[in-house]
Design a protein around this ligand. Sequence first.
Ligand code: ADP
Length: 260
Amino acid sequence: MGGTPTDIKLIDENGLRVDGRRPDELRPLKIEAGVLKRADGSAYVEWGHNKVLAAVYGPRECHPRHMQNPSRALVQCHYNMAAFSVDDRKRPGPDRRSHEISKIISEALTHVVFTEYFPRASVDVYIEVLQANAGTRCAGLTAASVALADAGIPMRDLVASCAAGKAADTIILDLGKEEDNFGQADIPVGYVPRTEEIVLLQMDGDLTMDEFTKGINMAVNACKKVYDVQRDALMRRYAARQVDAVVDLAAPSDDTKEGA
Ligand code: ADP
């Protein structure tokens, strides 16, 4: 968040934003589940100019052993932004920001995973940001919960995520890069539609109580739309698996092949 440079008009005379969106409009969102063969579950999200991959391994024995919880599994998220994901090359490796994002996403996902089913285990979630344009923690959390479901991890529900914020004195949804850089506030939200719980909430910038409430409502409504896209991705994945299973059944096994 920072001051608006004079040459950037975040809201024009028609009430539209830098990229032509209305204040309450999401950037285009596409989700695909099951994109990686080696992971137990995976998902790929394109959200505006953000491109994010999530891969899930586990539940598996938690290492190092002193980290194990005898009564439940740990959900451990590792968020990473690729060096080539931003305009200037990002210095590779973990930093304060990636630690913070990994921690809040781990906590959000812990609320929905039935961790008590897997004592001493770890569920590892890797989020790789390939291209970043603001909102990567929301895109990462959205991808991660689809990847967990794709891995068959028992969950209460998916977590859907989206940010609201404020730019040019207007409450807006799903901030783009210029709005994130030069706007007045950013509130990323993680929401569980089935239980109506908010499991991730941060705020950068200043808002009045009314603006905050309006922003949260806008973000929660958007999360419900994100949730529909997540569910569609999982339904497509499920349908593709059914087709694969039928093809496997129809294929002649080695001992029924002619000449076997
Ligand atoms: P989020 O991506 O969740 O909005 P931030 O608000 O911290 O998280 O970052 C906003 C955007 O700023 C990122 O999406 C990315 O485009 C850019 N950004 C973040 N960290 C860096 C960095 N180290 N170098 C260059 N750009 C960065």
